[in-house]
Ligand binder design. Sequence first.
Ligand code: SAM
Ligand code: ZN
Length: 282
Amino acid sequence: MSLSSCLCCPLCMHSLTASDKSVRCSNGHCFDRAKQGYYNLLPVQQKRSRDPGDDAAMVAGRREFLDQNHYQPLSEAINTLLISHLLESQQPLQLLDCGSGEGYYSTRLEQQLDQRQIAHQLIGVDISKHAVRAACRRSPNVNWIVASGSKLPVMESSQDALLCLFAPLSSAAFHRVLRPDGLLLLATTGSDHLLELRQQIYPEVRRNVFDPLPDLSALFEPIEQKIVRYQFSLNNSRSILQLLAMTPHQWRTDADARQRLQLLHQLDLSVDINLQLLRARS
Ligand SMILES: C[S@@+](CC[C@H](N)C(=O)[O-])C[C@H]1O[C@@H](n2cnc3c(N)ncnc32)[C@H](O)[C@@H]1O
Ligand SMILES: [Zn+2]
């Protein structure tokens, strides 16, 4: 399946045909390929703000932090879990990473599939054009798209698996693009995730976690869960603040806590991530 035959028009949902440097639907809606190599399939009507999603500074901070590879074991756990369940599927695999950010996890998945000679086509979707532009610099082998995860411009039942890693969930949109029995892999944070960072910010740390399953259970059945736990250390305040900026705690950190973090030169941290693999109900 070519990329254009997986994609559909974000305005009328008709299929798209590729020409030289653009894709076009039968109603004449046309979308050019950006010079960086991505398609912008986010029409202005679907934008809730002028510049939705992560901004340029957030993307740059995330890139610099992820490039230190503290989350490499997590990326490997994601790849192992997904690939072990896809080996029996017919190839080439059609995969989509929704809310792919600056592309760290999608690129590592693509490289792993390539190394294992598993034929695939991977689409990375993010609503932030800054994130997608950065992702284009990470890999030319992933098909990067600016689009909304809740209105995915992707053909119905076209994908074998979809990843949603720390990004907004859109249960109905994910179910629509997955083939019957297609897989959904979610990454969410557990109660100990970055506990030591949270202890620096809050007088009392809340241990409750977001459980995505209730919102998904009508359309998806859980098939496997894996908890990824390990420790890592940061030894400069720049990385500590970059990590903070990747989390929702960023918005809740007051001036005193921020100053404490700025003065910190060493922080040992816990990773506690819940990977859930679900199957689309038919
Ligand atoms: C916490 S970041 C995670 C990025 C990446 N998955 C990672 O773990 O590095 C969440 C991402 O979701 C994107 N995002 C937010 N709302 C979105 C939406 N409605 N559709 C698609 N992407 C969205 C943001 O721009 C951001 O890149
Ligand atoms: Zn159209």
